[in-house]
Design a protein around this ligand. Structure first.
Ligand code: ARG
Ligand code: GLU
Length: 722
């Protein structure tokens, strides 16, 4: 094998240690091999096998995936569970009524009896993980078609799961890593009897709401508490009044000592998805084509929603959650696009690819195997671009922003059963369809959705290729005399926009009679006009090219692992347990601006706008602030800390993840990133990428001084390290 030129190693050595050190969502199983040395150099005082051990209690036993999308951690010997307020939001909403609004007012159980069951919420722990790559790829050969390869792997995985050593109540799952180059088996346990223990009012737990979302400096007390209950043998069991608080294998001690700039921290949790190994051409496409499409569409929707929400308190209540969720991704994409541009990520990736090409061209074996990869990736990304853009345009417009077309799409798939002659399936799905429509009509404001529709279809007519649905939309509007007129017409005449018309339709006696009305409905016909080109042209072509890309990405990943042997690669996030580590650190978002690493209660008061739905502050908190009644939770200079930032590499799914100090004590609760650094899903740059955590002392202060829940503090193990 050809030797790597010395100058390259030199270049790597010359990188400051902190730059090399940061970024990455590492596999707990490989910490000892890949990270321990570096972590200890950065300040870790524990051993890798204190963080993850398969056969004895370790820190990983305190960490669980919360209800599929968030992370949570056990913080007492009696199953007390900490996660974010925004992760508990839907549970709080479901438990609330007009008389008892737990979202607005918060909730504190004074005793075990008052803890509220939360059907649907789950806590999944990883018992152990194993590398099963060899078994998963058994009988997989290079010349196999993708389809044969996948079906062989599926067979192997079924075998691995069947043979996995596990207890009766445990599950075995196998997941691909490194774009399908490695496979890991996870043995997990899922608890389903979770009960709400406490949550602050929104004016603390969601302070700053959408305006402050993704923003530093931040002042949100984004936390909530649950308790896990288990059966008499301490095992997962469905809700029962007989169940008892879980006696966990491990729970996190909580540090009262706080963190200072430069301190080592780590975040342990379940990051959802990253794409760190895309070629420059794909990153360019995301930054310059796909994100701008999504951003432009949401911008229009959000403007319209905002106008209506300001005009009517009823609309405000009905749309606040929808607005928050549309705005959350919108703001993230804006930050991502800006970060990718400002930090020249495409250029950096190109330089990396040039080095890749240089290395393989010096090595005939590697060259034969890998030289086609980058050209083919670039070519395929170029080829997929118009389809990917059209797909984004279609999905964003009709399935995510306009409400009515998302509902119609569902009914159209139902009608398709009828048209295929599947009358049995058609009849069987009727209840589900009616339930979804009923849910859709609650809190639905026709005038709001109609305004969104009129604006977005006009944009669609301008941006979608004529033969892909653009011309159809334009002609539909022309027939009615414009886009507003088209909207008025469709919303005035369709069965989908009026619950009375819809209910009448549903009371028709036969599938035939229902189908006949649906087939003539003007909105359903409109929907067919836009969805047919998607289903026949855009979707299938995108799917086909995506298949090619996933094959090429798999090979490119394997090539990078082989060609850059001196580098460490972490696998892209895929919703499995990971550890990331870094240092507490402020940052400079723009020229001449420097952000400090910590915020304080004083900052809450600076942002305070009495009566405002985002920036109101509860009187009790104001009183505590005035009296400086901070108990043992203040910083050394007597201020109440609220949040802090660090260079941990996190993403969606890390919400609720514990931030641990060098000893493994809980110091913070992860809940967000700074928006200038959201490009970290594609490229991590330690200059700008920061995760945001609630300072655990703020959580203790709120529990103790604000909520008077000192009985909860007694359960916890509070420690001091300084
Ligand atoms: N940005 C955080 C995340 O991605 C928090 C979202 C919830 N808060 C909100 N204001 N929408 O999930
Ligand atoms: N708020 C995000 C979540 O719910 C975490 C923030 C991020 O994307 O880093 O998972």
């Amino acid at each position: 094998m050809k030797k790597t030129p010395v100058c390259l190693y030199l270049w790597l050595w010359l990188l400051p240690a902190s730059v090399q050190a940061q970024g990455g969502m590492w596999l707990p199983l490989h910490l000892e091999k890949q990270n321990e040395k570096e972590m200890r150099a950065m300040g870790l005082k524990r051993k890798a096998d204190d963080l993850y051990a398969p056969n004895r209690p370790s820190i990983k036993d305190a960490i669980c995936q919360f209800s599929g999308g968030c992370t949570a951690e056990v913080i007492s010997a009696e199953g007390l569970l900490l996660t974010n307020h925004h992760c508990a939001f839907s549970a709080l909403q479901r438990l609330s009524s007009l008389e008892r609004n737990y979202v607005e007012e918060g909730f504190w159980a004074r005793s075990r009896e008052e803890e509220l069951p939360c059907p649907g919420e789950t806590a999944t722990f990883v018992v152990r993980m194993e590398d099963v790559t060899a078994l998963a790829l058994q009988h997989v050969t290079e010349g196999m078609s993708e389809r044969d390869r996948q079906s062989q792997i599926d067979k192997n995985i079924a075998q691995i799961r069947a043979n996995a050593r596990r207890e009766r109540w445990q599950e075995a799952v196998v997941r691909p890593f490194y774009h399908g180059n490695q496979y890991f088996l996870f043995i997990t346990e899922t608890y389903t009897d979770l009960r709400l223990v406490g949550a602050p009012p929104s004016s603390i737990g969601k302070f700053g709401a959408d305006t402050d979302n993704w923003v530093w400096p931040r002042h949100t007390g984004d936390f909530a508490l649950f308790r896990i209950y288990a059966d008499k043998d301490n095992r997962p069991a469905p809700y029962s009044p007989e169940n008892r608080p879980l006696r966990p294998k491990y729970f996190l001690p909580i540090s009262l000592s706080g963190v200072e700039e430069g301190d080592f921290t780590m975040v342990y949790g379940f990051p959802g998805r990253t794409d760190e190994y895309l070629p420059a051409s794909a990153v360019h496409q995301i930054a310059e084509v796909l994100n701008p499409t999504r951003i432009a569409i949401r911008e229009q929707t959000l403007k319209i929603l905002d106008r209506y929400m300001r005009s009517s308190p009823a609309i405000k209540i009905a749309y606040v959650a929808r607005y928050a969720s549309l705005a959350n991704a919108w703001k993230k994409w804006l930050g991502e696009r800006q970060g990718l541009r400002t930090y020249g990520v495409v250029g950096k990736k190109q330089a990396y690819e040039a080095e890749f090409t240089r290395r393989i061209s010096n090595n005939p074996t590697l060259n034969v195997r890998y030289r086609h990869l980058l050209p083919r990736l670039n070519e395929t990304y170029r080829e997929i671009e118009p389809y990917a853009e059209a797909r984004e345009n279609y999905l964003e417009t009709f399935l995510r922003n306009i409400q009515i077309t998302a509902a119609i799409a569902n009914v159209a798939s139902w009608l398709a059963e009828y048209e295929k002659g599947q009358i049995g399936t058609f009849s069987a799905r009727k209840t589900e369809i009616m339930e979804r429509m009923r849910a859709g009509f609650t809190g639905y404001y026709l005038e709001v959705d109609r305004a969104v529709f009129a604006a977005l279809v006009e944009r669609y007519a301008q941006t979608m290729r004529p033969e892909w649905g653009g011309a159809f939309v334009r002609q539909s509007a022309e027939q009615q005399g414009g886009f507003d007129a088209l909207a008025l017409h469709l919303f005035a005449t369709s069965v989908f926009t009026d619950s009375m018309r819809w209910n009448n339709l549903m009371s028709l006696p036969t599938p035939d009679s229902i189908a006949r009305v649906l087939q003539r409905d003007p909105f359903l016909l409109f929907w067919r006009g836009v969805s047919t080109p998607y289903n026949e042209i855009i979707g299938p072509k995108w799917q086909e090219l995506q298949g090619t890309l996933s094959l090429l990405q798999r090979q490119y990943m394997a090539a990078q692992l082989e060609v850059f042997k001196e580098r460490r690669f972490f696998p892209d996030a895929n919703g499995t347990l990971r550890l990331t580590y870094g240092q507490v650190r402020g940052y400079s978002p723009r020229d001449a601006v420097r952000y400090e690493f910590r915020t304080h209660l004083d900052g809450v008061m600076e942002k305070y706008i009495p009566g405002d739905y985002e920036f109101d502050v509860p009187q009790r908190l104001i009183d505590l602030w005035k009296a400086k009644d901070f108990g043992p939770y203040a910083t050394r200079d007597g201020r109440m800390p609220v949040a802090f930032i660090a260079t941990n590499h996190t993403t969606g799914g890390n919400s609720g993840s514990p931030a641990l100090d060098a000893y493994g004590n809980l110091v913070g609760l992860n809940f967000d990133r700074v928006w200038e650094g959201t490009m970290s899903d594609l490229y991590y740059d330690p200059a700008i990428c920061r995760n945001i955590m609630v300072d655990v002392r703020y959580i203790l202060f709120i529990l103790d001084k604000y909520a008077g829940a000192s009985h909860l503090l007694k359960e916890m193990k509070l420690v001091k390290t300084k």
